[in-house]
Design a protein around this ligand. Structure first.
Ligand code: C2E
Ligand code: CA
Ligand code: CA
Length: 740
């Protein structure tokens, strides 16, 4: 069985492995995809953030350049549209003013570093740079685009401001340059067009200024680069003609990158945690699943195990036998199956309680486990039923030998706690040669053989024989008919007179059940009573007999009535109740009834027997020990059970001619009488026997010599004849009964 269980779990183990790997893989893929998606999204955000920031930087830089230009323009406007300037610059003696207010102002000024006054013909009137007169001619210092500015100023209409600003290359670099007409603040000017003078300011976009711009506008790494310089981030500086003079370039702050760099590890950690969480979940789930499956496995094994004994149960045995049958087929061997039923287990359970019963089962299981051959399977398949299956190369010999050993083992009294109990066993054996007989049939055969062993008398073993099947069939049919007979009241009673040993008068009758089986004729109670016992029919049968006997006996007030009670009835705790019920129902005097019980049951269950007898006697009925001397009983029992009468068995009476047997019979009767227990002798067939039994001390006799069992009508007739013969006074019940 274990092998089967193992291979099953192995198979599902591979499947489990595949699914776990599959799920793990799926989780890994999901986590990876989610990671990629999140990182991609983050990169997008980063790019956007960078772009936005670069755009801002560009706009700021453009603004800065514009402001640089505008500042120069504003300064230029202040200086050029100035009443004092209009007065002095045009005056012949105005040079000193011009130098001190324009030229010399170009030193250390943040507003302009070159100050020049020219006329409309581009002729320099004053040139100052950094507070000092400039050496080189204007055309050497400035790029020609300066003149574009001058032209614009000159071309300005009356409504326009006569001023132009733009970037121009100079010898020193790139400068914001402005040209403005020198005029009164109001814009008015006396000088004619040909004599007009223009103020030129230049402010160089040198490194310091670019750096300062960068700082002011928070543009990292802002610097001036040549036009050819390749850079991602740039704002061109264009002169009035549209030519690019240079570029302002900066390094991108890439705030997205920074944020990304900060966030990325956190995101990866978070995703890692999520992944880990899933893995942990999966592992927990897997472990839980594994535990469940393990529990399932052990539950499966448990389901094949008998809790009490720890042996296999019926299902476990079934699996094992199936396996053996297959093996036997393949290996050309035989399967042997023993079915074993404990005799007297019920009695142990009844009298000592289930605790002791359980201990007994365990003790027997342990004993059997030692006896069985290697590789055999031992199972408990019912309350007190065991089975042993094994493979053998030989035929029945091994099973017979084992059965013998088991019977020997069980003959010994078993010590259970402080008690010593004796149980026997009935064993049935069946064989499946070369596995030709399947499990079901094999089980049926050994069960049947066991049943036969039990029937044949306990503590036996029986090999299955095909004739048993026919027996069983007959038996089943008989059982069915018997059930119907009981139900339809087809059973009748015969009454056998009980005779007073000294007067030979009929003092009572024993009720004996009769069954005329349809299609078969009369069936002996010795045949159908045991069947009624094992098939549970005995209770209704017994009740029928008791009621019928009591009802019938009402017409015979002078007679006692004996009724047989089988162990099956006696064992029933409700037996006393139904006797009481019948007594009440039939209104018969309880002391006229004698219940006859056999000793078989008492031996196994003395305590309970005593109790039952006490309760029955409490009802007023008498209790007799039937078939005394046929079994195991010793006279010692009689005392403790308080029997009202003993019936000496027919087999003893028959032996009255044998010296030894006669002596024993004599002693038995004497002993009973010494205990003050009256004795009946049954089965008297000859006058000799009658005389002998009377001599030995039996006060009551029964047997064919006096009368066979007869119908109730015949008994009534017999009584009527007696009444005629006897004086009326003697017809009294008490007088007819033997002295107790
Ligand atoms: P038992 O209780 O020992 O009943 C006496 C049996 O011996 C009866 O057989 C009776 O016919 C027979 N018998 C009487 N005198 C003689 C004789 O001189 N010679 C011979 N050879 N036999 C004689 P029966 O009626 O076949 O009953 C057999 C057994 O069946 C009874 O043995 C009793 O144990 C059982 N039985 C009969 N009726 C009932 C019943 O109503 N209930 C129960 N539980 N058992 C019954
Ligand atoms: Ca009897
Ligand atoms: Ca008897």
């Amino acid at each position: 069985m274990q092998a089967v269980g193992k291979s099953q779990s192995k198979g599902s183990g591979i499947g489990r492995h595949i699914t776990v790997t599959g799920v793990l893989f799926s989780f890994a893929v999901i986590v990876a995809v989610v990671t990629v998606m999140v990182l991609t999204a983050l990169e997008r955000v980063t790019e956007n953030a960078n772009l936005l920031d670069d755009e801002r930087s560009r706009e700021t830089t453009i603004g800065a350049v514009k402001t640089f230009e505008d500042q120069l323009g504003a300064t230029l406007d202040d200086y050029a549209a100035w009443d004092d300037a209009a007065a002095n610059v045009y005056a012949p003696d105005g040079m000193a003013w011009t130098v001190s207010n324009y030229g010399e102002m170009s030193v250390n000024s943040s507003l302009f570093d070159v100050a020049i006054v020219i006329d409309g013909e581009k002729k320099a009137i004053m040139t100052y740079r950094d507070g000092k007169p400039m050496e080189e001619p204007l055309t050497d210092f400035f790029a020609p685009s300066l003149w574009v500015l001058l032209d614009r100023v000159k071309a300005a209409g009356p409504a326009d401001r006569p001023q132009a600003v733009g970037f121009v290359t100079t010898k020193r670099g790139i400068a914001a340059v402005g040209v403005a007409l020198v005029r009164e603040k109001s814009g008015a000017l006396d000088a004619p067009v040909g004599q007009r003078r223009y103020l030129v300011f230049a402010r160089h976009l040198d490194d310091d200024r670019v750096t300062a711009l960068g700082q002011t506008y928070v543009i990292g790494g802002l610097r001036l680069a040549p036009p050819s310089f390749a850079a991602d981030y740039r704002v061109p500086i264009v002169d009035p003609t549209g030519a690019t003079l240079g570029k302002l370039v900066w390094t991108s702050r890439s705030p997205g990158d920074i944020a990304y760099a900060q966030v990325r590890p956190m995101v990866i950690q978070a995703l890692g945690l999520v992944g880990l969480f899933f893995v942990v979940l999966l592992v927990i789930g897997w472990l839980a699943g594994r535990r469940l499956r393990a529990e399932e496995g052990s539950a499966r094994e448990e389901a094949l195990r008998d809790r009490l004994s720890g042996l296999s149960n019926r299902d476990g045995l079934g699996l094992a036998v199936d396996r053996f049958v297959v093996e036997a087929c393949q290996a050309k061997r035989n399967v042997l199956l023993l079915y074993l039923d404990l005799d007297g287990f019920k009695e142990v359970n009844d009298s000592y309680g289930h605790g002791t019963g359980d201990q007994l089962i365990r003790a027997v299981a342990a004993g059997l486990a030692v006896l069985i051959p290697q590789g055999a399977v031992l199972a408990r398949i019912g309350g007190d039923e065991f089975a042993i299956a094994f493979l053998s190369d030989g035929e029945n010999a091994a099973a017979l030998q084992l059965a013998e050993q088991i019977l020997d083992f069980l003959v010994e009294p078993l010590e259970i706690g402080r008690r010593v109990v004796v149980v026997g066993a009935s064993i049935g054996i069946a064989m499946s040669p070369l596995g030709a007989v399947g499990r079901e049939e094999l089980v049926r055969r050994s069960d049947l053989a066991m049943y036969k062993a039990k029937e044949a008398g306990r503590a036996r073993m029986m090999l299955y024989d095909p004739s048993m099947d026919a027996d069983r069939e007959q038996r089943n049919a008989l059982e069915l008919d018997l059930r119907m007979a009981i139900e339809s009241g087809d059973l009748t009673l015969a009454y056998q007179p009980l005779i007073d040993a000294s007067t030979h008068a009929m003092t009572g009758v024993e009720a004996l059940v009769r069954w005329n089986r349809p299609g078969h004729g009369p069936v002996s109670p010795e045949l159908f009573i045991p069947i009624a016992e094992t098939s549970g029919l005995i209770e209704s049968l017994g009740l029928f007999v008791l009621r019928k006997a009591c009802e019938t006996a009402k017409q015979w007030p002078e007679l006692n009535v004996s009724v047989n009670v089988s162990p099956g009835q006696f064992r029933n705790p409700a037996f006393t109740d139904y006797v009481r019920y019948v007594l009440k129902q039939t209104e018969i005097e309880a002391d006229r009834i004698t219940l006859e019980i056999t000793e078989g049951y008492m031996i196994q269950n003395p305590q309970r027997t005593r109790q039952s007898i006490e309760r029955l006697k409490g009802l007023g009925v008498k209790v007799a020990l039937d078939d005394f001397g046929s079994g195991f009983s010793s006279i010692g029992y009689l005392r403790q059970f308080g029997f009202d009468r003993i019936k000496i068995d027919r087999s003893l009476v028959m032996g009255v001619n044998d010296k030894r047997q006669r002596e024993m019979l004599q002693a038995t009767v004497a002993l009973a009488r010494s205990l003050d227990i009256p004795v009946t002798a049954e089965g008297i067939e000859t006058e000799e026997q009658a005389i002998a039994m009377r001599l030995f001390g039996c006060d009551c006799l029964q047997g064919y010599w006096f009368a066979k069992p007869v119908t109730s009508d015949l008994i009534t007739e017999m009584l009527q004849e007696r009444r005629k013969a006897e004086p009326a006074a003697r017809r009294h019940v008490g007088a007819a009964r033997p002295a107790a």
